[in-house]
Design a protein around this ligand. Structure first.
Ligand code: EPZ
Length: 417
């Protein structure tokens, strides 16, 4: 099994380009099944989650090929509503295929999705959305079975904010008969990007980015050419790494407008930040200050996916940081590993209290999920000596060659084995 070896203590400097967004690419690829044409997704990151989604697309009958950073998906042929359980369980966003396949085929039976272990991840809101569009939905034996002789537009009132359920609601509504209004919708930038693609495929969707989305169903969608937005969580991770190690880095193809709360926390920690167009520059020369309390919230609040890397950046900050995780029950899997590196963290339920320490030391640690792995990398850059990080399969889900990106910024980072 490969290991990421990082020798800490070097400050970072230089420029890197931010990859395309994982959480943008996955729902877009599922959406392509709704079109009866050829779509091109540019700036598509080379990630294992994207590869698993490509396998699903091929299994349901699409032709898919990659040319550089562009992924071509031909969904013009017959589509079959069936995905192997193992593929469904390999990632959480496989659940987005539920409405796309139901809309295209009239019935679908899928195993419940997998993905990172962040606590309970029910699908009740996805089911609520599909039922509101007239589908018969049954759940039994770890599977969801849906049937609809044509989805019908309606009112979908989501009682809680869910990115995935909002995406499933939109994909179910775009080819449904009549109009749909979705209230309580998630407002993430990835949903705005999904709307942009669907509109260029001929869909009538508006309101993405707000909590009310309106859709008027159309009979058919065509293929479309779409550039995937940049990955705000990958950007937040690199910025956290630079804050932790010190130095000055420049991120190209980053979108500061999507990074507001993250940039504010880094400023509160004493980092100097400059934004110009899609370039974000971070410099950190002075000792870090603790940012006070950080509470994760749905967009436009502080993103839960940035909680682990930002927590790791705060480990040596002067003072006390309180992090409150409101989105997932169990998103502190990185804490025991950070304690092995000499961090001072106490957790209780959804709250973690981090007291800044003077130094961290390298250790042998393991990632237990994608962003938890990123936290170990951020801490290792500031630690004395060598850290060896196991569980890279988690990080490969969401980061394109993190070791290379860090080396481009002057870090001593190497993937071995
Ligand atoms: C998306 O997951 C992201 N994944 C996650 O990123 C991200 O953490 C999450 O949104 C929140 O921002 C992708 O976009 C592929 P949710 P999703 O439905 O859609 C509860 C990463 O690291 N809920 O918004 O699965 C749920 O349990 C990943 O890149 C229900 O109760 O998240 C959670 O507590 C991790 N019932 C909360 O809502 C439902 O039917 C938010 O989940 C659905 C969700």
């Amino acid at each position: 099994m490969s290991v990421l070896k990082i020798t800490g203590g070097r400050s970072l400097s230089g420029s890197v380009r931010v990859q395309g967004a994982k959480n943008g690419a996955l729902p877009l690829l599922a959406a392509s099944v709704l079109t009866e044409g050829i779509s091109v997704f540019r700036n598509c990151p080379a990630l294992s989650d994207v590869q698993a989604t490509v396998q699903i697309l091929r299994h349901v009958g699409c032709r898919v090929y990659r040319e550089g950073d562009a992924l071509w998906v031909d969904a013009s042929g017959p589509i079959r509503p069936e995905v192997p359980d193992a593929l469904m369980r390999s990632l959480r966003s496989s659940v987005i295929f539920l409405s796309a396949l139901l809309s295209r085929c009239g019935e679908v039976s899928l195993a419940l999705p997998g993905g990172c272990e962040l606590g309970p991840r029910p699908v009740d809101l996805h089911v609520l959305a599909l039922r509101a569009l007239g589908a018969e939905v049954t759940e039994a034996g770890g599977r969801i079975c849906c049937r609809a002789a044509g989805l019908r537009g309606g009112r979908i009132d989501l009682p809680a904010v869910s990115v995935g359920a909002t995406e499933n609601a939109i994909l179910g509504a775009v080819r449904a008969e009549g109009s749909t209004v979705i209230t309580g919708a998630a407002r993430e930038p990835e949903i705005v990007d999904l709307q942009a693609y669907l509109r260029s495929a001929g869909a009538l969707v508006s309101g993405a980015g707000s909590s009310v989305i309106r859709v008027r169903g159309v009979e058919k969608l065509r293929g479309a050419d779409h550039r995937i937005l940049s990955d705000r969580i990958a950007a937040a991770t690199i910025l956290a790494a630079a804050a932790s190690a010190g130095g000055s880095v420049r991120l190209y193809d980053a979108d500061p407008a999507c990074l507001g709360p993250v940039l504010q926390v880094l400023r509160n920690m004493g980092c100097r930040l400059e934004n110009a167009g899609n370039v974000v520059t971070l410099s950190r020369k002075e000792p870090l200050r603790a940012p006070g309390s950080v509470i994760t919230r749905p967009y436009p609040g502080f993103p839960t996916d940035a909680q682990p890397p930002i927590m790791a950046a705060a480990l040596r900050a002067e003072g006390t940081t309180v992090m409150i995780e409101t989105i997932f029950e169990n998103r502190f899997s990185h804490v025991p590993e950070l304690l092995r590196m000499g961090a001072d963290i106490r957790t209780s339920g959804k709250t973690a209290v981090i007291r800044g320490v003077e130094r961290l030391r390298g250790a042998e640690v393991s990632a237990a999920d994608l962003r938890g792995g990123a936290a170990l990398v951020v801490a290792a850059l500031a630690a004395e000596g060598e850290t060896r990080i196991h569980g890279l399969r988690y990080m490969d889900r969401g980061y394109e060659d993190l070791a290379l990106t860090l080396r481009e910024l002057g870090a001593e980072a190497e993937r071995i084995g």
